[in-house]
Design a protein around this ligand. Structure first.
Ligand code: ZN
Length: 163
């Protein structure tokens, strides 16, 4: 059971009854957390408790913890609580894969942007080469630049192919 399921199963009254307490007509029991409480100072509410004398208060788990000197985990387990590690782990996996998908999508957008820019540069250098005298300075510069952009394009295509 989860914490909420346990809280839905046991009222505060059920829990104090486990320890032999019977709330009086006003809903009070003698407080087990301070000495000689003849007044019955501890008010038992539906979901929690509060001692008007010593201030002890909490919910059903706190009561069990304080009565039996247990950690929360021990009190939780003694009330039928189970830690569902697989559920948590699978949630973590979902969260992680979601994060990975987001990162991948961002990378893909970035790559598309780079490919777009690169394609633009390729057509610009090609246009320069067409318009210039073959083997002139402009033509050679454009040729070199084009070779570089074609190399970049091949690299980008290879990265994309890996996805
Ligand atoms: Zn008290």
């Amino acid at each position: 059971m989860t914490v909420e399921e346990i809280k839905g199963t046991y009222s505060m009254r059920d829990i104090v009854a486990r320890y032999g307490f019977q709330p009086n007509r006003s809903g009070f029991i003698p407080c087990p957390f301070h000495e000689k409480d003849r007044q019955a100072s501890l008010k038992v509410y539906d979901r929690d408790f509060h001692c008007h004398a010593c201030g002890a208060n909490g919910d059903i788990f706190t009561f069990v913890q304080m009565m039996d000197d247990l950690s929360f985990k021990e009190a939780y387990q003694s009330l039928g609580g189970t830690y569902e590690k697989p559920t948590f782990a699978s949630r973590l996996v979902v969260y992680k894969s979601q994060k990975r998908r987001d990162m991948l999508r961002k990378e893909q957008e970035r790559l598309r942007g780079m490919k777009g820019l690169n394609g633009m540069l390729i057509s610009i250098y090609r246009a320069y080469m067409e318009r210039s005298e073959p083997f002139s300075d402009v033509w050679c510069d454009s040729y070199n630049a084009l070779q570089y952009q074609l190399y970049v394009q091949a690299e980008l295509n290879e990265i994309e192919a890996r996805w």
